[in-house]
Ligand binder design. Sequence first.
Ligand code: OAD
Length: 232
Amino acid sequence: MNKIVFLTGAGMSAESGISTFRDADGLWEGHDVMSVASPEGWEANPALVLDFYNQRRAQLKTVQPNKGHELIAALEQDYQVQIITQNVDNLHEKAGSKNIIHLHGELLKARSIDNPHQIYHWENDINLGDTDQNGIQLRPHIVWFGEAVPEIPYAIEVNKTADLVVVVGTSLQVYPAASLMHYAPFRCPVVYIDPKPAEIYDLIQPLHIIAKGASEGMQELIKWIKAGKFNA
Ligand code: OAD
């Protein structure tokens, strides 16, 4: 076994103190997800959306990677590791992982509302009136519901080259992210770590479920790897 692909979701960062999306009555930090994570929400109330992500960006400065992030980063010593995350936080980076695709964007980036390719590194608040060099308003560099996911073609190709796919902390409700494991090679094992794993019906690859949180689940996975469970 050489290449491990991790597909991570909000549960990956739960033990660091960042709320998941669907664990709290469909509310995200007290908001209906669509009001803060959709183009319609932005049209209706850009100040609310900016404020919401400003709070999330500020929170990032107060949280640290958990044991799960650290164990994934440590696997880079022995394996080629690629992370494909739905998370917009920077906790995989902070833990030391190198190869990270952020499918749904990044909190620490801002972009022009007119040009998705005009992207800036951004650590503090984005306010109404903050513009790109052409005077166009900036917004969070987040993929909202109904928007295209530009990194998907690359993420699919990465999954096709995996020797082991590990899915961590996602309810598998949001597509296309939820479909990525299906692109793994036919015999590639897929491990799903989540304390409340979603049903997976139609996977042809061998599936192993670890119904535990990210830190404990990663420790279990590492035991399996060391025991040679996935050696061809
Ligand atoms: P969800 O909130 O839908 O799912 C979180 C998952 O994490 C659930 O399956 C929980 O059981 C699991 N979980 C909870 N605590 C955990 C722990 N300690 N360790 C491991 N897992 C744990 O989050 P996502 O599936 O990531 O998109 O949501 C996908 C997308 O929907 C997000 O990227 C976001 C959201 O709308 C955008 O913002 C575009």
